[in-house]
Design a protein around this ligand. Structure first.
Ligand SMILES: Cc1cc2nc3c(=O)[nH]c(=O)nc-3n(C[C@H](O)[C@H](O)[C@H](O)COP(=O)(O)O)c2cc1C
Length: 205
């Protein structure tokens, strides 16, 4: 990493709110990369540890940490993909499903972000699931800020029952996203963005 990422503050230490124009400029132009364009090198082991640390600094009602990660890389990732191919082949629309695996095959590193909502307690499940989405988004932002391409996808293998088992999910767990990471070989082009004004109303009673 050609730069250092500060340690987290100690518990109870002041964490001042400070303006970060560099962050604003970054967000104004941030763009996902297509997973198909991701290639080696992947984030290093040290960078991966930093990414995971940053990704878990998200709002989380009740401090339940309602998420976890499954790292997919190297030969084990190839075995996971082979397992997905076998599942796809046994399904009626197998060819279509296998074609979709290109997005998980190309990137050298994939992080499955798993939403856990084991407790039917005070914090609604919906809020616990939203926190997992925040983890995915923070992961993408951090990876792109390190100079890597990132792509948040789900695709059929996030929902297929046998693919869930292959990944090792418990019944209360859901795939929030497969976040694919790697060097980006093609510069992404800007996509359609919404007219924000059309999405905003002001409540006046
Ligand atoms: C929960 C979630 C699941 C997604 N799943 C897919 C997917 O399966 N396939 C796909 O092509 N894009 C998927 N996308 C969209 C990609 O992330 C897309 O590349 C992204 O919207 C690009 O936008 P950006 O440049 O603003 O980051 C998904 C997005 C989200 C939030």
């Amino acid at each position: 990493m050609p730069f250092t990422v500060p340690d987290a503050p100690d518990f109870g230490e002041a964490a001042p709110i400070e303006a970060s124009p560099e962050t604003l400029a970054f967000l104004a132009r941030r763009r996902s990369a297509s997973a198909l364009t991701l290639t080696t090198p992947a984030p290093t082991e040290g960078e991966l540890a930093t990414l995971l640390r940053l990704a878990t600094r998200v709002p989380d009602h009740g401090k339940l940490f309602p998420w976890r990660f499954v790292v997919l890389q190297g030969e084990a990732k190839a075995r996971f993909i082979a397992g997905l191919e076998a599942i796809a082949q046994s399904r009626a629309d197998g060819d279509r499903l296998i074609a979709k695996l290109g997005k998980i095959k190309a990137p050298p590193l994939t992080l499955a972000v798993i939403s856990r909502a084991p407790k039917a307690g005070e914090i609604p499940e919906w809020e616990q699931r939203l926190s997992a989405g925040a983890v995915c988004m923070t992961l993408i932002i951090a990876a792109q800020a390190m100079g890597y391409g990132a792509n948040w996808i789900t695709d059929w293998y996030a929902y297929d029952e046998r693919a869930r088992t292959l990944l090792g999910l418990e019944p209360h767990e859901r795939v929030a996203g497969f976040v694919h990471l790697g060097a980006c070989k093609d510069t992404p082009l800007e996509r359609v963005r919404p007219e924000v004004e059309a999405l905003v109303t002001e409540w006046k009673g």
